[in-house]
Design a protein around this ligand. Structure first.
Ligand code: BDR
Ligand code: CA
Length: 310
């Protein structure tokens, strides 16, 4: 089997960082064509620099593109209270040396997907969906050409930034709406499943014990992140974004259901909510495979095994 070509669209973010590391540690299964960055956890100037810091930290030369600096219609909402002022607090990584790749992230997505055979590129999205919605608007044929989009976002149940909404969809609900209406095959990792893969002290210890610079950076980041996340103050915190890449590597670790998903863009109280029609109440065709269960032990075995390669 040739490696699956992916573009990683992200807003690093400590959990985005682990997703990037997992992908770059898996060249047999995944060919990372580009890392594209978007404003989200912190402003774009930081997310794009963080992506370069991470790529450089593991000796990769994959191009990093700068994308959209704000959501389609709303003001940017960020999450320094979770990720720290840099977005990558705890990593100890130096500033980047290599420049950004030329060209806007939206153009890079359109061009890379268009240049390859239909059905051969998968988008992995771990931030607000602004770049991806823009790419689908700029080149609607992308919807047909993509193999699919694997994304972290939304919730079947409770939100984490409001009672109704998860952060990525809350930041750019209009972009999420465009993506879910696009007809692209979507695999969605909502909070319900990402809250099953918890960073515990014992799991952190396993990563730390690898003793490599990459493992040290991950240990520092996740130690910060688990203490500042939604379960702040507790010993354990969810590891959202790497679920996407882990599924591409080992789909048997997760299970879910084909559902229709709609995004709330109007209600002030509910904005950004994902309405997951789990019980098929509406007779609308499914537009996403929505995950709700994870094998947490297997997931962390995979994370440790892949980080050991870096
Ligand atoms: C998502 O929001 C961000 O803070 C994380 O990086 C993740 O993508 C979780 O709601
Ligand atoms: Ca993210």
């Amino acid at each position: 089997m040739p490696a699956r070509a992916i573009i990683l669209d992200c807003d690093p973010g400590q959990d985005d960082a682990v997703a990037i590391f997992l992908a770059l540690a898996s060249p047999t299964e995944l060919e990372v064509l580009a890392v594209t960055t978007v404003a989200g956890n912190v402003p774009l100037a930081l997310t794009e620099a963080n992506a370069r810091r991470l790529v450089e930290a593991v000796g990769s030369t994959v191009p990093v593109h700068r994308g959209c600096g704000r959501p389609l219609l709303r003001e940017l909402a960020t999450a320094e209270h979770v990720h720290g002022a840099t977005g990558l607090d705890g990593s100890g990584l130096p500033p980047p040396q290599r420049p950004l790749a030329p060209g806007h992230a939206v153009d890079a997505i359109v061009d890379l997907v268009t240049a390859r055979p239909t059905g051969s590129v998968t988008l992995v999205a771990t931030g607000p969906l602004t770049n991806i919605a823009m790419a689908l608007v700029k080149e609607p044929a992308l919807a047909e050409r993509l193999e699919g989009i694997v994304l972290m976002g939304g919730a079947i149940g409770l939100g984490n930034v409001t009672p109704a909404a998860e952060f990525n969809f809350y930041v750019d609900p209009h972009a999420a709406d465009i993506v879910f209406r696009s007809g692209v095959r979507i695999t969605m990792f909502p909070l319900d499943v990402t809250h099953e893969v918890l960073v515990t002290p014992a799991r952190l210890q396993r990563i730390d014990a690898l003793g490599t610079p990459a493992a040290r950076a991950v240990t520092g980041m996740l130690d910060f992140y688990r203490r500042h996340g939604r379960t702040g103050g507790a010993e354990e915190g969810p590891l959202h974004d790497p679920c996407t890449v882990a599924w591409l590597l080992a789909p048997e670790l997760f299970s879910g259901r084909e559902c229709h998903v709609a995004i709330e863009t109007a209600s002030p109280l509910g904005i950004g909510r994902s309405y997951v029609d789990w019980w098929q109440t509406g007779n609308r065709p499914a537009n996403a495979l929505v995950m709700n269960e994870a094998d947490a032990a297997g997931f962390f075995d995979l994370v440790v095994e892949r980080l050991a390669r870096l």
